[in-house]
Design a protein around this ligand. Structure first.
Ligand code: 6CS
Length: 316
C-alpha cells in the first residue's frame, strides 16, 4: 500500500527531513509492504488545500501549520500567539508532547476528520525587511506578510503593522513586486525560499516558534490495523527529539549560508527591546479567547501552566 504524505514546505526543508525519516523507518519496519510517498510543497497545493485533502481521505498524512489551520480550527491559533512558548527548546519539546495538551486538541481535529499526530517546533520566527525592526515604531504601517489565519493578523495589528495574509507560494514574488515590505518565518525557510535575496535585514525577536502539526486523515488512521497504528505512533515518538535536533541544526547552518553570501544583516533584539513587543502582544490573548471560546481559553491556560512548571523544573 501507499501512504501519501504532503508537505507545506519544499525539498530540503525541516518538514521534508521529518517525512524522509518517517518514510525510512516505516518502510524498513513493514518490509517494503508500505510505501510512503512524500509530496513537497507545490506538488499538490497550498497548506489549506492539503488539509482539505487529508480531511477527505485524498491523502493519508499532511503537515498543517496553525498559521493556516486556525482558519478551520481556531483553537490551534494559540501557537501563533507571541511570547507564549518558552525560550528553551527542551521545555517546548516537553510541553508539546504532553498528553494533557494532546487530549485538548484531539477532539477538535477529530471533528474535522483529522487525527493529530504531533506538534513540531521548527525554529524561531524571524522578521525579514529592508530595515531592522527593533521597535513598535519600526512596525508602523509596515506591510508584513503573514500566514492566512485571522488570529495571526491580530498579532501584527497589535504592533501597529499592516499585516497582509497570503499563501507561502506567493511570498517571494510579493517581496519582489513590493506588494509586501517583509515577512516572518524561521531562518531555514527564509534561506530555502530565497526571501533573504530580497531583504537587507533579518531581525530576531524570539517572539514565537514556528509550529507545525502533523495530521492524518482520521478515516484512514482509524481504519488501520492495530499494529500499523501502533507503528505510526511509535515512529512519531522516536522522531520527537530527532527532528528537534535537526531543526536547530538547519536553522544554524542556513543562517551561516545567508551571512556567507553577504548583503543580509542579522539583528538580535535585546531583552529591553523584546519587552515592548511582549507588552504589546498581551491583548491578543483576549482576542484569541474571543475567537476560540472556552476550549481555546483552557488550551492557552494549560500551555502557560505547563510551560511555567517545566521551566521551574529546569532551574531545580
Ligand atoms: O509561511 C508559511 O506559510 C509556511 N512557512 C513554513 C516555514 N512552513 C509552512 C508554512 O506554510
Amino acid at each position: 500500500v501507499t501512504w501519501r504524505f504532503a508537505l507545506e514546505e519544499v525539498e530540503g526543508s525541516v518538514q521534508d527531513a521529518y517525512a524522509q525519516e518517517f518514510k525510512r523507518r516505516i518502510e524498513e519496519r513493514t518490509d517494503g509492504t508500505v510505501n510512503v510517498e512524500v509530496y513537497p510543497y507545490g506538488a499538490l497545493g497550498t497548506s489549506s488545500q492539503l488539509t482539505e485533502m487529508a480531511q477527505s481521505g485524498g491523502i493519508e498524512l499532511t503537515f498543517a501549520s496553525p498559521g493556516h489551520l486556525a482558519d478551520l480550527i481556531p483553537e490551534v491559533g494559540v501557537f501563533t500567539l507571541h511570547f507564549v512558548l518558552s525560550e528553551h527548546n527542551q521545555v517546548n519539546r516537553e510541553v508539546l508532547s504532553d498528553e494533557a495538551v494532546y487530549s485538548l486538541f484531539q477532539p477538535l481535529y477529530n471533528s474535522q476528520d483529522l487525527q493529530l499526530l504531533d506538534i513540531i517546533p521548527e525554529g524561531w520566527m524571524v522578521w525579514s525587511a529592508d530595515k531592522p525592526l527593533r521597535t513598535l515604531e519600526d512596525f508602523e504601517n509596515f506591510k508584513i506578510r503573514t500566514m492566512t489565519s485571522p488570529i495571526l493578523v491580530e498579532s501584527y495589528r497589535a504592533y501597529g503593522a499592516n499585516p497582509t495574509p497570503m499563501p507561502y507560494s506567493e511570498v517571494y514574488s510579493g517581496l519582489q513586486l513590493g506588494q509586501i515590505d517583509g515577512q516572518v518565518n524561521p531562518i531555514f525557510a527564509i534561506e530555502e525560499m530565497s526571501f533573504y535575496e530580497e531583504q537587507d535585514v533579518l531581525t530576531s525577536g524570539r517572539h514565537a516558534q514556528f509550529i507545525s502539526t502533523l495530521a492524518a486523515s482520521r478515516q484512514w488512521f482509524e481504519g488501520l490495523p492495530e499494529e500499523r497504528r501502533e507503528l505510526v505512533l511509535q515512529v512519531r515518538d522516536e522522531l520527537v527529539d530527532w527532528i528537534d535536533e535537526e531543526q536547530i541544526r538547519y536553522n544554524e547552518e542556513r543562517l551561516q549560508t545567508i551571512l556567507d553570501e553577504g548583503g543580509t544583516e542579522f539583528v538580535e533584539l535585546t531583552e529591553e527591546e523584546r519587552q515592548a513587543f511582549r507588552e504589546a502582544s498581551m491583548g491578543v490573548r483576549d482576542t484569541y479567547i474571543e475567537q476560540s471560546g472556552e476550549t481555546g481559553e483552557e488550551i492557552l491556560n494549560t500551555l502557560l501552566d505547563r510551560i511555567e512548571q517545566a521551566e521551574a523544573g529546569m532551574e531545580d
